[in-house]
Ligand binder design. Structure first.
Ligand code: EPZ
Length: 426
């Protein structure tokens, strides 16, 4: 298994191109199942999860053409052609490894009339059930049964429009309802919909494919079903979580870096907190520039929330910054019940963090000290890399495959702005 070795204490300077968003790309790839014509997707990030989704789509009979982009600044292109769906079975092995593969259920059902997809099961950051997805599909007229850990959904005479009111905000369930409703007969109203920018990206691509959707960016989506969708070309939005992670890298290591393609409206709560803790942020015509001198950041509190709140996917990284803060920071995680696995690992580097339920209290220390660490999920791993940038001496991050699932060539990007970071193959 590869590992990453980081020498702490280097200031960062230069520019980092931000890749396409993992959490948009994976759903856009699943949306290719909704049409018999080719879907051309550009700006796809180079990630293990993208390769896994491409393999899964192939198993349903989708023809996949992959053209790698040039250098770090250009994403890959995929053409996905689901002329005929030859299988609608997604195995436990597949869905267990990557929860986003559950998102094939709605398009398979809507286009093909049936699907058998494994339940995702437990995962490192909490229980993560799919009840809201299934209730939405039932409201749209699907028969849903659970058998031996699999969801079997059928809609032999097609789906129909419905009013769906989610009891709480779910990104995945909103996407399931949206994709299914595009091919349902009549109108669907989705209330308390998630407003994450990746959902708007998906909705806009679906519109380019002929779907009739309104209310994008709000918590009420309206979909007027159509009998079929056609092919389209779409360029995936930038990855706001990757952008946020590198913004925190500048705040923790110090220096001046421009994040190419980043957008303030996508990470406004993070940039506000970075400002409050002493990092300058500035919009440029190519993205966002960050500047920080060597002083310790001021400690600030944060609470995660659905968009437009502070994203849970940046909580671990911001905690890494707060470990060297001047003062005490109270961090509350409201989205997932078990998303503090990075805490003991940050502790190995000398951080002082106490967890009580969904609250972590971080007492800033003047210095972290490098050590071997490992993490059990993607964002937690990136928080350890950030801590390694400021820790004295050498930090070794094990289990790099977590990072490879969601960060496109992270060590190359950080090395490009002066970090001392190398990958070691085993
Ligand atoms: C998406 O997960 C992202 N994943 C997550 O990013 C992200 O953390 C999350 O949204 C929140 O922003 C992808 O887009 C692939 P949810 P998702 O449904 O859709 C509960 C990363 O690191 N819930 O909004 O699975 C659920 O347990 C990943 O890139 C139900 O109870 O998240 C959670 O507590 C990690 N029943 C809350 O809702 C359901 O049917 C929000 O989950 C669905 C969800």
């Amino acid at each position: 298994m590869d590992r990453i070795r980081i020498g702490g204490g280097r200031r960062l300077s230069g520019e980092i191109p931000i890749s396409g968003a993992k959490n948009a790309a994976l759903k856009l790839m699943a949306a290719a199942l909704l049409t018999a014509e080719p879907l051309h997707l550009a700006n796809i990030p180079r990630l293990a999860d993208v390769r896994a989704m491409a393999e899964l789509l192939k198993s349903f009979g989708v023809a996949v053409t992959h053209t790698p982009g040039k250098g770090l600044g250009e994403g890959d292109t995929y053409t996905l052609h689901a002329a005929a769906i030859t299988s609608s079975f997604a195995s436990y092995d597949m869905v267990r490894k990557m929860r986003a593969s559950f998102q094939v259920l709605a398009p398979l059902l809507a286009r093909h009339g049936e699907a058998k997809v494994s339940l995702p099961g437990g995962c490192a950051i909490g229980a993560r059930p799919v009840d809201l997805h299934l209730k939405a599909l039932e409201a749209l007229g699907a028969q849903v049964t659970l058998e031996d850990g699999y969801v079997i959904a059928t809609a032999k005479s097609g789906l129909h429009g419905a009013r769906i009111e989610f009891p709480f905000v779910s990104v995945g369930a909103t996407e399931t309802a949206l994709m299914a409703a595009t091919l349902a007969r009549g109108e669907t109203l989705i209330g308390n919909a998630a407003r994450e920018p990746e959902i708007e990206d998906l909705a806009r691509c679906l519109i380019a494919m002929g779907a009739k959707i309104s209310g994008m960016g709000t918590s009420r989506l309206t979909v007027e079903g159509v009998s079929s969708l056609h092919g389209a070309s779409w360029s995936v939005m930038h990855d706001r979580i990757e952008a946020g992670t590198y913004a925190i890298a500048v705040a923790i290591a110090g220096g001046e870096v421009e994040l190419l393609g980043a957008r303030r409206d996508c990470i406004a709560p993070l940039l506000d907190l970075l400002e409050q803790s002493g990092t300058d942020t500035r919009d440029t015509n190519r993205g966002i520039a960050l500047h920080r001198n060597g002083a310790r950041p001021a400690s600030v509190d944060l609470t995660t929330a659905p968009f437009p709140g502070f994203p849970t996917d940046l909580q671990a990284q911001f905690m890494a910054l707060m470990t060297v803060g001047e003062g005490t920071s109270v961090i509350r995680e409201t989205i997932f019940e078990n998303r503090f696995m990075h805490v003991p690992e940050l502790g190995r580097l000398g951080a002082d963090i106490r967890v009580n339920g969904d609250v972590a209290t971080v007492r800033g220390v003047p210095k972290l000290k490098g050590a071997p660490v490992m993490a059990t999920d993607l964002r937690a791993s990136s928080s350890l890399v950030l801590a390694g940038l400021v820790a004295e001496g050498e930090t070794i991050v094990n289990r790099v495959y977590h990072l490879d699932r969601g960060f496109d060539r992270l060590e190359e990007k950080l090395r490009g702005v002066g970090a001392e970071i190398v990958r070691e193959k085993e």
